[in-house]
Every structure is written in structure tokens, then in C-alpha cells.
Design a binder for this molecule. Structure first.
Ligand code: HEM
Length: 550
């Protein structure tokens, strides 16, 4: 016991040596100034633990734990981006959790556009504003290329396979190339996908019309089903009805997966050891069970394809993958399931949630809604939904969709990245393997690029010539090399066709007397969805919407 205590004491001195070595740096004055109380708190904790040591082996264990946590909490890599120090174990979670987007953007103003927070025991570098994001993921694309795919949930989900969580550069490139080529072959830029989207949009409007102008509280789930129909058809080649049990199983599972990941999944990524703690572990298990049901659903579809496919005559992405395997155009068969999982999860909620926000913003801005409808009528005729070929005639509508995307920030923190090597950014040193979060929200709400960013104003996207102008700081898909959203083109087509079809057939408004939902109170999970609201869809056309064609 005595030897153990001596060893622990030696170790403690060693750790303290490191801590003191770290704080004897130019940072010391500001650190003492800003964070004196936090440091004092840490020392008090250590003194308390030393006292507990006197009371026996439990004290020793506690001392070791407290020491470990305190040292870990005080240490930051040398010349690391500054940031709020936070607490042991929690890091800055307690500060960030209540209103993550505003807090993470506010810290940017205090600590600079490149700063760090601690989430649990991990350092996380936050990039705020378009300039900082660009410097990292555009100018140093290779250095910021990876994803933290080693984190518990991500590892269980993808095991570094598929697209979104693949880090091996060659495999990632190969898999992306396959998906982009296949998306092109099965639809993008072709009439077929456009017709599929238009058909889903008409079906959606048919379902909306069934509410007969009465309050609708299920707009979000109807939109989810619509975009699910499109991506499922591309991947599995089947046109599902909303009542199809297989369709319901996929949509139900993915929706539940998003909820579970938001509620519990993220926390298990931060504290993977929670999976061994009684009572709490069942929450992590719920995430895992849902994930394995999802994989089972996909596996069954892949097996069905294996049994019925004709080589060289692909019906969909799964068939095309088997062909590509034979041609050695993809890495190996283990990537297919996670690739399908990535496309289904990324392709379903993002567009649906954007359109959900669109219904809200149109209800809150009737004069803008009217202007969109007038433009549509003038361009393609009364009661007729436009096609993709009509886009050039619809600058105000296009600008409105962009403004919806800017202000609603459906993927406000993008998808986390990780540094591939030790890298310098704005004079700071960021070690290899550091997690990096790109705060797209801060870029979209930056008054330098978007004056009065809280105001919904599509005109900001129109130039003096009335044409839609490109604005670099507007980047909802993080349109930069290496990991650019693979579904960008598809999503843009979906947004245009769904939005214009809805605007052709309906005017959206809030029920009389209903308070206007607070648009700044979106629900942040994997995506940022609007606050709960009911909406009236007032029919502008007559006749059977399903019977129309593009
Ligand atoms: C409004 C709709 C959408 C938005 C705002 C959006 C946004 C994003 C963002 C910000 C990223 C992270 C990019 C990065 O780390 O650099 C991403 C990645 C990704 N998105 Fe999208 N997305 C949308 C729709 C879609 C659709 C429809 C699909 C599928 C068909 C899709 C599939 C993916 C995939 C697979 C990735 C990972 C790419 C990689 O790591 O190589 N997304 N998306």
C-alpha cells in the first residue's frame, strides 16, 4: 500500500510538472486573469482529494481519478486555439448545451474565429465565419479532410466504411466517384429523376389537400415521407407507397434514429464508457438496437437484389454497385451497406426539414409568398408547376429558396471533421487527430456578408440586374473540395420542384389567433428543425393534383 502511494505521489508530481510547464507560458497572465477561479477550483478539488487520501484506499483511488481529470482539464496542446476553460469531465458542455448555436457563435466573438472548446475530455476546434472555414477546408483541404470516425457511435454505425465516415483517401475517392456516377446514371440531369421528384411533390400536395384547409400539424412527417420516397427509389429501384410496410419500416427507423442520436447518441460519443454503467447503458443500447434494425432492413434489400439482379443491367444503385465490384471500380463489398445507410440518412431529413422551414417562413411572410406565386404564374401559367428548365425565369423564387436555406441552417454545424496531420491555422497549432467543427450558422448569420441577418429577405440574393447572385459565404452544403455534400444537386432539384409545386397549389398561413412561432427556437439535433407549429394550406387550384404531369 505504502509503495503504491509513493508511486502515485511520484506520478502526481510528474503530472504537476507538466501542468506547471504548460502554464509557464506567455498565456499565463491572461489565463490567470480570465480563469483564476476555475484554476482555484481545480486546486481546491485536489486538496480535497489529498485529504481523502488519508481515509484509505478509496481515497487513493479518488485522488488518482481527480488528479487525472484535473490535469487533463488544465492541459491544452501548446499554442492551441484559445477558448473557455470549462469544468473537469464536462468540459464546456454545460455552457454549450443550452443554446449551442448562439453560444458557439458568441464565443467566436470573444475568442476569435478559430477557438476551442472542450466537449467532455476532448478538445474541439470551432471555426466561425466563412473566412475561417474557407481557410481551413478550402485552402488546407487535405489537412482538414478526415472525420472523427473512431468515436463510439460513428464506429458502430459505419466502421470507417461507406462515404461519410471513410477516412482512407483512396477508398473515399473511389466510393464518392461511384455514387456520383450512379446518381447521374439513374437520374441527376435526366428527365427520370425530375419526373420522380415531380410525382412525389404532387403526391405530397394531394395529401396536404386532404386536410381541406384545416390546421396541419404533421407537415414535417409528410415531407420526410416525400423525400424518403425519392432516395429509396434511387437506391432500391422501388416506388413505394406511403402505406407500404417496408417503406414505413425504413422511414420509422430513420426518424427514430435521428431522435435517438439527438437524445442519447451524441453523449455516448463523448463518454463511451457510459455503456458500461447500469441504467444509463440501456439508453445507448436503444441507439444500437435501432441501428442494427436499420442495417438488417438494408441487408435484406441487398440480399433480394443479389438474388434478382441481371449483371450489366442495373436497376438502381445497389445493382450498379455489384457491377462496379466486378469491374473493380469500388473497394469491396463491405462498403455497400454503409454507403446505402449514408445516402438514406443524409438524403431524407435534410431536404424535408428545409421544406418544413419553407412552409413556416412563407406563413410568416405572406407578401414574399405572394411574390413567389406571382412570379411562378407569370413564368409558367396559372395553376401549373414549373420544371427545372424554368429556373432561369424564376430569380425571385430561387432567391427565396436560398434565403430559406441561409436562415434556417438545416445543417448548422455541418458534419464534424478531424485534422489529418499537425496543422497551423491563423497562427495556432492544431495537432493531428483534433476534431474540428465548422460553424456554418455563424457564416450565414454574419452581418458582414448578410446585413440584418435575422431578417428574412430574399432580395439579398438578387443583384442590381435582378439576377440571382452567388455569395461565397452562403454555403449550406459546404461546397468545398474533398467532402462536399454528395447529394447537393439532388437536394437542389428537390427543393425547387417541391417548393414551387407547393406554392402553385397552396398558400400557407398560420391558424387565426395562433402565436407566431419563434424562428430562433429551432430544435437542434442532427439537423436544425423548426419549432412545432400548425399551418393552414389554403388551396389555390382546383382539380386532382395527382393527375397533372410535368
Ligand atoms: C438541403 C439538403 C442538404 C444539406 C443542407 C446538406 C448538407 C451537407 C453538409 C454540410 C455536409 C458536410 C460536408 C463536409 O463535411 O464538408 C454533407 C455531407 C454529405 N451529404 Fe448532404 N446535405 C443535404 C442533402 C443531401 C442529400 C439529399 C444526400 C443524399 C443523396 C446527401 C448526402 C451527403 C453525404 C453522403 C455526405 C457525406 C459526404 C462525404 O463525407 O464525403 N446530402 N451534406
Amino acid at each position: 500500500m505504502e509503495t503504491n502511494c509513493r508511486k502515485i505521489s511520484e506520478l502526481n508530481q510528474n503530472w504537476w510538472g507538466k501542468v506547471i510547464g504548460r502554464i509557464r507560458t506567455p498565456e499565463l497572465p491572461s489565463m490567470l486573469h480570465d480563469e483564476f477561479s476555475v484554476v482555484a477550483g481545480g486546486i481546491a478539488l485536489i486538496l480535497l482529494a489529498r485529504f481523502l487520501l488519508i481515509v484509505g484506499p478509496m481515497g487513493t483511488l479518488l485522488l488518482t481519478t481527480v488528479h487525472l481529470l484535473s490535469v487533463q482539464w488544465l492541459l491544452r496542446p501548446r499554442n492551441f486555439p484559445p477558448g473557455p476553460r470549462g469544468l473537469p469531465i464536462l468540459g464546456n458542455m454545460h455552457q454549450v448545451a443550452l443554446d449551442p448555436l448562439k453560444t458557439l457563435t458568441g464565443y467566436g466573438k470573444k475568442y476569435g474565429d478559430v477557438y476551442s472548446v472542450r466537449i467532455g475530455m476532448d478538445n474541439l476546434v470551432i471555426l466561425c465565419g466563412w473566412d475561417a472555414i474557407k481557410e481551413a477546408v478550402v485552402n488546407k483541404a487535405d489537412e482538414f479532410r478526415m472525420r472523427p470516425s473512431h468515436l463510439y457511435i460513428y464506429k458502430e454505425y459505419a466502421d470507417s466504411k461507406g462515404i461519410g465516415f471513410v477516412n482512407d483517401a483512396t477508398t473515399h475517392k473511389l466510393n464518392r466517384k461511384f455514387v456520383l456516377k450512379t446518381l447521374k446514371e439513374f437520374g441527376l440531369g435526366k428527365q427520370t429523376l425530375e419526373e420522380d421528384i415531380a410525382q412525389e411533390a404532387r403526391h405530397l400536395c394531394h395529401q396536404i389537400a386532404r386536410h381541406d384547409g384545416k390546421p396541419i400539424g404533421t407537415m414535417g412527417s409528410m415531407l420526410t415521407k416525400s423525400s424518403a420516397g425519392i432516395i429509396l427509389r434511387l437506391v432500391f429501384g422501388k416506388h413505394y407507397g406511403w402505406e407500404d410496410p417496408e417503406f414505413k419500416a425504413f422511414v420509422g427507423n430513420i426518424t427514430r434514429g435521428f431522435d435517438l442520436m439527438t437524445m442519447y447518441g451524441a453523449i455516448f460519443n463523448v463518454y463511451p464508457w457510459l455503456r458500461y454503467i447500469p441504467f444509463v447503458k440501456s439508453l445507448g443500447q436503444a441507439v444500437m438496437d435501432n441501428m442494427s434494425d436499420f442495417k438488417k432492413l438494408i441487408r435484406e434489400k441487398i440480399e433480394q437484389h443479389q438474388g434478382s439482379r441481371v449483371p450489366g443491367k442495373p436497376r438502381d444503385l445497389v445493382d450498379a454497385y455489384f457491377d462496379a465490384l466486378q469491374e473493380k471500380d469500388v473497394a469491396d463489398s463491405s462498403h455497400l451497406l454503409p454507403m446505402v445507410a449514408d445516402l438514406l440518412t443524409a438524403g431524407m431529413e435534410t431536404t424535408a426539414t428545409t421544406l418544413h422551414w419553407a412552409a413556416l417562413y412563407m406563413s410568416l411572410n405572406p407578401e414574399i409568398q405572394r411574390k413567389v406565386q406571382d412570379e411562378l404564374e407569370a413564368a409558367v401559367g396559372k395553376g401549373k408547376a414549373p420544371t427545372l428548365a424554368d429556373v432561369s425565369k424564376l430569380p425571385f423564387t430561387e432567391a427565396t429558396i436560398k434565403e430559406i436555406q441561409r436562415i434556417c441552417n438545416v445543417a448548422p454545424l455541418a458534419v464534424p471533421r478531424m485534422t489529418t496531420v499537425d496543422v497551423e491555422l491563423r497562427g495556432y497549432s492544431i495537432p493531428k487527430g483534433t476534431q474540428v467543427c465548422m460553424n456554418i450558422y455563424s457564416a450565414h448569420m454574419d452581418p458582414k456578408y448578410f446585413p440584418e441577418p435575422e431578417v428574412f429577405n430574399p432580395n439579398r440574393f438578387l443583384g442590381d440586374d435582378g439576377k440571382v447572385q452567388k455569395m461565397d459565404a452562403f454555403n449550406p452544403f459546404l461546397q468545398v473540395w474533398r467532402r462536399i455534400c454528395i447529394g447537393e444537386q439532388m437536394a437542389r432539384n428537390e427543393l425547387l420542384i417541391f417548393f414551387t409545386t407547393m406554392m402553385t397549389h397552396f398558400s400557407f398561413q398560420l391558424p387565426e389567433g395562433a402565436p407566431a412561432p419563434d424562428t430562433s427556437k429551432g430544435k437542434l439535433g442532427i439537423t436544425l428543425s423548426p419549432p412545432a407549429f400548425e399551418v393552414l394550406a389554403i388551396r389555390r387550384t382546383t382539380g386532382d393534383i395527382l393527375e397533372e404531369s410535368i
